[in-house]
Design a protein around this ligand. Structure first.
Ligand code: GLC
Length: 751
């Protein structure tokens, strides 16, 4: 095609005509012929360089108040070499860059703006491991919806979330970002996030593209060390690590992101099996794939690519459509096409998927639709968002211990609030806190208490820092606590101790915090002591849990964290959360999770230290706190019945759990169904979560929860990687955590 014919005006006219006729249709109708015609028309105008430009993503810079844009980025954009930017937000900053792309380039193709809106944008919710502890899919979806409202109001089109990596190693800092150890819970939560971020219409300007990450197996990094080698057997890969990603595809996720790690010898960012065979050929994913940050280049360090040009070849041929910050597509793709190492068609396909996504967002109708300063001002920190964040902070906090009904506290008590996280407003919003404010916006635990008790009744001392090993100021704290009726210890990790590149070899409380707890417990054996934890991973609390009367795991509870915690401490909210991840007794048990395999020499619970069994000389096999565990201020009793003990592929079994609130508080219970396939062609986990429902039951009242078991609930990938349910004996129980005995059984028959 003779480019000189396409003068800028003429080109824009043609593009405009395409868009205008296209705008008559909802920009989300990806499959319509008209839509395809628009893309074909636009691509027919594009040079190879412009197509390659769409496959490149660059990062905005950061100054103390937010993102800055280097001139070098502006030049790249003006040259048509940029398809997307990350780490740029605000109506002003995005509009400035978008204007360059739309008004100063030959074809005016709009940019995508992406950002890590993981657990909130301005209004920050509890970290994702905390949100998972709520087991509240509607709340999780709402948190993503609110994040999308705020992020889209600040010019963001695309969030790099949800992170759906199954994680069973608390040494790994990024366990904080996901939904924990279980494939069923993780898959349900993954869907909720995608629906929350993307809403029902991507063409609306308050919805954002979601991004399933990090494909795949990132959470299985050896020794819990971030970016480390991942070697997962086929059975485990298909039955545990892949299903949450498939759940996001089924929920309509718009994009995927590669993992940094190699998977079984092939780095994810050059992995045809993952991105062609599984994601596209098997799951029929229609969106586009972005690499993680320079992950393509890192294939050189993996020893898988000779140089950046080789890395660009491997990634593009593996189906990685966009290069995040690697700058390899721009440099080498044209050459690789000339050398016939990458085909033009491959690049066309990558470019097409990116353009389709931009059309779906309506950016060709109005490229500035997300960069609206008025909407930005009106949207962030709405009261309803802060209220939802407060409710989430309470719903995410797990009551691990509450001896002698230490909690809730009556407001007349004199409280000693001690510890390095008591007045914290920085770590409380956790890692990956996007545009969250760490300089005073968050409600600390101290401020949360002030809503319930007079300031004169709160005796505060820091006592020690989070991680320094210099002797803290224990004595001052002890002096302060002498007059208190109850002692609250606010302890945990700094937010930098979890998240990316934040693995720990120890999962004990850092610094001198444990010593501080021992000192307080020794000084005040008769005062009730409550340990309030803020941390991004399961901790080894094997000493601390013996020293205190109550323990509340709040994770990093977000902007309204202190308020939500206070709502629990004073009984306004009856804690209901359940652990989405196992808390080991010691790091030596890791990996440990609730549904491990039986082994050929399982221990007999009544004889746990029997010889020649699969156990330890120095620790029980059981964890300190199991998956699905969490206390309430009230008690729930279960009566479980089933309408049959025989299941066929055409029938179902209805399980009815009648739950009675026999305690003194109204409360929510997370009712869990666990099933065990006793014999199958690949060894079965000792149990599997196959259903859960969260119900509110007033004190003294009962409610029925019904689960319907079908063969779909029993399917697994067999040796031939077929999803099958095999006839045989099954047992199940329904209850409030994963460590309960089986109470029912059934038989699956061929027909
Ligand atoms: C990071 C993370 C990824 C994130 C991306 C963009 O390295 O691995 O989760 O979305 O870069 O910030």
């Amino acid at each position: 095609m003779n480019n000189s014919f396409f003068t800028p005006i003429c080109t824009k006219l043609l593009v405009f005509v395409c868009c205008f006729s296209f705008a008559q249709k909802k920009t989300t109708e990806v499959n319509s012929q008209l839509f395809k015609l628009q893309i074909d028309s636009l691509m027919s105008l594009m040079t190879l360089e412009e197509k390659i430009g769409q496959t490149a993503m660059y990062s905005g810079g950061w100054d103390k108040t937010g993102p800055t844009i280097s001139d070098h980025n502006r030049t790249y954009i003006r040259e048509g070499n940029v398809g997307a930017m990350l780490n740029v937000y605000s109506a002003k900053a995005t509009k400035n860059l978008q204007k360059i792309a739309v008004e100063e380039t030959r074809l005016g193709i709009p940019l995508l703006f992406g950002y890590d809106v993981i657990h909130g944008h301005r209004t920050i919710f509890p970290i994702n491991l905390g949100m998972a502890a709520s087991w509240d899919l509607e709340l999780i979806k709402q948190s993503a919806r609110i994040a999308a409202e705020e992020a889209s109001a600040e010019g963001i089109h695309w969030t790099f979330a949800p992170m759906v990596d199954i994680a069973r190693d608390p040494r790994w800092g990024r366990i904080s970002e996901g939904a924990g150890e279980d494939v069923y819970l993780g898959s349900q939560i993954a869907k909720a996030y995608v629906k929350g971020f993307q809403g029902d219409d991507l063409a609306a300007n308050n919805t954002v593209l979601a991004c399933a990450k990090h494909f795949a197996g990132y959470g299985a990094a050896q020794a819990g060390r971030d970016y480390h080698t991942v070697d997962i057997g086929t059975n485990e890969l298909w039955n545990t690590y892949l299903p949450p990603f498939e759940a996001t595809v089924n929920a309509g996720v718009a994009t995927f992101m590669t993992a940094f790690n190699e998977l079984n010898g092939i780095p994810a960012s050059g992995n045809n099996f993952l991105f062609r065979e599984v994601l596209r050929d098997t799951w029929d994913f229609k969106g586009f794939v972005v690499s993680d940050y320079t992950a393509i280049n890192e294939m050189i360090s993996h020893g898988f690519a000779t140089n950046e040009k080789d890395a660009a070849r491997l990634a593009m041929n593996a189906g990685i459509d966009m290069d995040m910050m690697g700058n390899v597509n721009k440099q080498y793709l044209k050459e690789l096409i000339t050398e016939e190492k990458v085909t033009k068609q491959t690049v066309d396909e990558a470019c097409r998927k990116i353009l389709e996504t931009k059309f779906k967002l309506g950016l060709f109708d109005d490229p500035y639709r997300y960069s609206n300063a008025t909407r930005e001002k009106e949207t962030i920190y709405k009261k309803e968002y802060l209220d939802a964040a407060r409710k989430s902070a309470a719903a995410a906090s797990v009551l691990l211990k509450n001896d002698n009904k230490t909690l809730p506290i009556t407001p007349d008590k004199k409280i000693a609030l001690l510890g390095p996280l008591a007045k914290d407003e920085e770590s409380i919003i956790g890692n990956w806190a996007a545009a969250g404010d760490r300089t005073g916006k968050a409600v600390s635990i101290y401020e949360g208490l002030l809503e319930y008790v007079d300031k004169r009744n709160i005796l505060y001392a820091k006592g020690c820092t989070i991680d320094s090993t210099e002797a803290g100021n224990f004595d001052q704290a002890i002096r302060i606590a002498k007059d208190a009726d109850i002692i609250l210890l606010a302890m945990g990790e700094h937010y930098h101790m979890s998240g990316e590149a934040a693995s720990r070899t120890s999962i004990k409380l850092p610094g001198l915090q444990s010593e501080f707890i021992k000192k307080v417990a020794a000084e005040f054996p008769d005062k009730p002591i409550v340990l309030i934890l803020m941390n991004g991973r399961p901790l080894d609390l094997s000493e601390e849990h013996l020293l205190v009367d109550a323990m509340l795991e709040t994770w990093f509870p977000g902007t309204m964290g202190g308020a939500g915690i206070a709502d629990i401490l004073f009984g306004t909210y009856n804690p209901s959360a359940k652990l989405p991840v196992t808390f080991p007794r010691t790091i030596g048990q890791v990996p440990i999770y609730y549904n491990m395999k039986s082994t050929g020499r399982p221990i007999t619970p009544s004889h746990p230290s029997e010889d020649y069994k699969s156990n330890y000389l120095d620790s029980p096999n059981t964890p300190l706190y199991t998956f699905g565990y969490g206390l309430s201020y009230t008690d729930f009793e279960y009566e479980v019945t089933a309408n049959s003990t025989v299941l066929t592929p055409l029938s179902s079994i209805q399980v009815t759990a009648e739950i009675t609130n026999t305690g003194d508080y109204d409360g929510e219970e997370i009712v869990q169904l666990y099933i065990h396939d006793k014999v199958r062609s690949t060894t079965p986990p000792v149990k599997e979560l196959k259903g859960f429902q969260k119900v509110f039951i007033k004190k003294g009242e009962s409610k029925k929860v019904i689960f319907t078991i079908t063969t779909d609930d029993l399917k697994f990938y067999n040796q031939q990687l077929k999803q099958v349910a095999e006839p045989g004996e099954f047992e199940f129980f329904v209850g409030g955590n994963s460590e309960l005995p089986y109470t029912h059984h059934f038989k699956l028959e061929e027909k």
